[in-house]
Design a protein around this ligand. Structure first.
Ligand SMILES: *Cc1c(COP(=O)(O)O)cnc(C)c1O
Ligand SMILES: [Zn+2]
Length: 466
């Protein structure tokens, strides 16, 4: 086992605080069952004096690790030696100022930015985390890696396995619960795909059992190394803003890995004196999968500096079981009722003075159509961030003059079924895909114009509609 004492794993519960070697494969604290962080002995590491020093790495981008949008920040996630790092060029994403979408959300021109993670090699932000988890798997010599997935984690894992040929991917999906764009990736990249008769929460429970029984490396976001890679999304946002901290980060919440990683990024940057203020964090649930909203906003679940009233979550999960309630939303990437990173997420909410909101499928799809019309398409779950920002502007919690960054977590092409159904002229198709989910209108539909194969009629149609 490699040993690297400047980086280690540490239980997130301050009362426990148990530490473990980086070379151990753990998804929870063996002492108390809580989640683990990757932690560093920063005093013994070369830390930049200011964040702008990190730009130097980009100048050296002919080296693959400096080209990677994850690993050129490796001074801030130093758990692996360079020669063990696995990169496929992830993290070449953009922060786009989006005035058209800003107007929809209720922000002044110049105030809304979209962090487009759909630009990643497998088309979602998951590659940031997967690169880090895969690196750790490689570090400890794993030969098989597994995940439960609503689609994007599996696409990402399958891609890392097939590009590098270092490991075999085993993915668990709920049957009928995965968008076609994502399923097609996993199949094409050659992952062993296990379709479970159940939903994501079922698949997650099973994959944990299977991976511990068979000794298969688990890459879901309970894996603390995943979140190290996802911290870099925030580093790139800051970099694109010339290292100025925005007022708000708005992110969809599913398993809550991203929001937890963002919180950890800001906790560390603040501790290292590399930023002097932190942004506020807004996490957006889908109404049909609103555990975090319910627990944080309605029942007052709080981190309380490491002593959370965690029993509230247990009561809530018992209620879900009694009522046999399952997560249900068109935003399949966040169709999750038992978010594994709940405790890390409420820590992030405390540190970043956060809020949680929920948006229904109608709001998600309308926001998605506006994001698309603004030129950067995204999948339904991603649009929850913009729909949530709009609600927070309407409530006056986000001011029209504040600088807001919405994370677009996944690419437009991931879920063409939802998009085409929204824009269709075929009422039966609309009803089947969207009406069944309570979506009543497509306020921003761009409908195809049907014409005969006749030049005059085509010209008439163009003149009528343009
Ligand atoms: C995984 C995923 C999410 C949810 O992120 P969490 O870290 O699980 O909260 C949101 N959007 C997309 C597109 C995803 O793939
Ligand atoms: Zn512990």
């Amino acid at each position: 086992m490699p040993s690297n004492d400047v980086a280690f794993q540490r239980c997130i519960s301050p009362a426990c605080g148990a530490t473990y070697d980086v070379g151990q494969v753990l998804v929870s604290c063996p002492e108390c069952g809580n989640l683990l962080d990757v932690a560093y002995d920063w005093d013994r590491l070369p830390i930049p004096k200011q964040l702008s020093e990190l730009e130097e790495k980009w100048r050296l981008r002919s080296e693959p690790l400096n080209f990677s949008g994850v690993w050129r920040f490796r001074d801030l996630l130093p758990f692996a030696p360079d020669e063990k790092i696995v990169s496929v060029g992830e993290g070449q994403t953009i922060l786009q100022q989006a005035n058209f979408v800003a107007e929809y959300a209720g922000l002044r021109p110049g105030k809304l930015f979209l962090q487009y993670e759909g630009m990643n090699p497998s088309g979602s932000f998951k590659d940031n985390g997967m690169s880090a988890a895969f690196t750790h798997a490689h570090l400890i010599g794993a030969k098989r890696a597994a995940c439960a997935s609503t689609g994007n984690t599996s696409a990402s894992l399958a891609m890392y396995c097939s590009v590098t040929q270092l490991m075999k991917a085993i993915i668990f999906v709920g049957s009928g619960k995965i968008a076609y764009g994502k399923l097609s990736q996993a199949l094409e990249y050659g992952a062993l795909t296990v379709q479970i008769a159940g939903d994501f929460d079922d698949a997650m429970a099973r994959v944990k059992e299977v991976s511990s029984k068979l000794g298969v490396y688990l890459v879901n976001s309970v894996n603390p190394f995943r979140l190290e890679g996802q911290k870099t999304i925030m580093f790139r946002v800051l970099e694109a803003l010339r290292w100025e901290v925005p007022d708000w980060i708005v992110v969809p919440g599913g398993n809550l890995g991203n929001s937890s990683a963002f919180g950890k990024a800001f906790i560390e940057l603040k501790e290292l004196g590399l930023i002097d203020r932190v942004p506020r964090l807004a996490i957006i649930n889908a109404s049909g999968a609103d555990t975090l909203y319910e627990l944080y906003e309605k029942r007052n679940l709080r981190w309380r500096q490491g002593d959370p009233n965690a029993e509230l979550a247990c009561y809530y999960y018992d209620e879900l079981d009694e009522q046999q309630r399952k997560a249900s939303t068109i935003a399949s990437a966040i169709e999750i009722n038992r978010p594994v990173n709940l405790n890390k997420c409420i820590r992030a909410l405390e540190f970043c003075d956060g809020v949680v909101r929920k948006v229904n499928d109608q709001q998600i799809l309308d926001a998605k159509a506006r994001v698309g019309a603004g030129g950067i398409g995204c999948e339904p779950a991603s649009a929850a961030s913009v729909a949530g920002a709009k609600i927070l502007c309407e409530e006056g919690i986000i001011g029209a003059d504040e600088r807001v960054v919405c994370i677009l977590t996944g690419h437009q092409l991931k879920d063409p079924t939802a998009t085409v159904a929204y824009h269709t002229t075929d009422q039966a198709q609309f009803n089947e895909v969207l009406g069944s989910r309570g979506v009543q209108r497509a306020s921003f539909a761009n409908r195809a114009v049907a014409v005969q194969n006749d030049l005059d009629e085509i010209i008439r149609a163009i003149q009528l509609y343009s």
